[in-house]
Design a protein around this ligand. Structure first.
Ligand SMILES: [Zn+2]
Length: 296
């Protein structure tokens, strides 16, 4: 098959996949928010490197491709285990060696393992001449990494194994029947958009952005993170928040309404903000260590 034809077919498949609704991860809005926030904290050098890797369809905007990983999970079947990590029921803690594996027990196949892997790919795949090595697709590595940093900040992406991160806990969100995982991926954000921001996603993103202080950004850059990225820290925070807020008062069959919404929205907001700032910090680290790829 010639290259053009192959590209056309791949393009058609991707276009089709974009029509399939999102199932897992922060919903489209959550991922968009995380990446939109990240864009604001990228250095000139990192922004140029990111733009050079983005597909043309993104039109230079990282946020445009931040839910790409959810769209291709049916096509890239191997990638679906990489959106989350399950932890033992009711322990409320996370341990990489114990928890990071897929359902078949294959090690490193979970969201934190994926973050290490794609960070490594982006860090190591540039040579001094500035040419991209060909063994990995760095455009996909960037899109996966940006997505998974968002996912690991969603508390129920580090939920209990027994209820599949809240997926098997059926509840009502006001009048709608759904599951607890979906509430944290989508419904809290959807209700916040309606209640506070007249359904305007950019107004919501800007409001979250305004609350991010210089002190918070500084704190993230000084986090006790000895390597380039510390997804284990983010996963530990997530399961702790899942126990404290997501699972609390959300037993199977319960109806979640104003009390739950108003007390959990601040948690969702702060996780979106943290995810965004940390993604930017990570991309700045990756791309400033690889100066050769910065494009002026
Ligand atoms: Zn996801």
């Amino acid at each position: 098959m010639d290259v053009l034809k192959r590209h056309w077919i791949f393009g058609a498949i991707v276009a089709f996949l974009f029509l399939i609704p999102t199932i897992h991860g922060w919903g489209k809005d959550g991922h968009h928010t995380v990446c939109k926030i990240a864009e604001n904290y990228l250095t000139h050098e990192a922004l140029a490197a990111v733009k050079a890797l983005l597909p043309d369809s993104a039109e230079g905007e990282l946020a445009a491709v931040c839910d790409w990983a959810d769209q291709v999970r049916f096509h890239y079947h191997w990638s679906s285990a990489l959106h989350y990590v399950d932890t033992p029921d009711f322990r409320c803690n996370y341990d990489y060696c114990r928890d990071c594996h897929d359902t078949a027990g294959r090690k490193d196949r979970c969201v934190t393992g994926a973050i290490y892997n794609y960070t490594e790919q982006l860090m190591s795949e540039h040579d001094d001449s500035g040419l991209y090595a060909t063994s990995h697709n760095l455009t996909e590595a960037l899109m996966f990494l940006s997505h998974y940093i968002g996912d690991v900040h969603q508390p129920l992406h580090v939920g209990f194994l027994g209820d599949l991160g809240g997926n098997s806990i059926t509840i009502r969100w006001y009048r709608r029947k759904t599951n607890l995982h979906h509430v944290w991926d989508n419904m809290i954000i959807e209700s916040a958009l309606k209640t506070f921001y007249s359904k305007d996603l950019s107004a919501m993103t800007q409001a979250i952005q305004k609350n991010i202080t210089a002190a918070m950004v500084d704190e993230v850059s000084r986090e006790n993170c000895k390597s380039t990225v510390c997804p284990d820290l983010y996963a530990s925070e997530s399961i702790s928040l899942a126990c404290k807020y997501a699972y609390r008062n959300a037993t199977p069959g319960s109806t979640l309404e104003d009390d739950y919404f108003y007390s959990r929205w601040p948690i969702v907001k702060s996780r979106l903000a943290q995810g965004g700032v940390r993604l930017a910090t990570l991309l700045n680290r990756i791309f400033s260590k690889n100066k050769s790829i910065a494009v002026e």
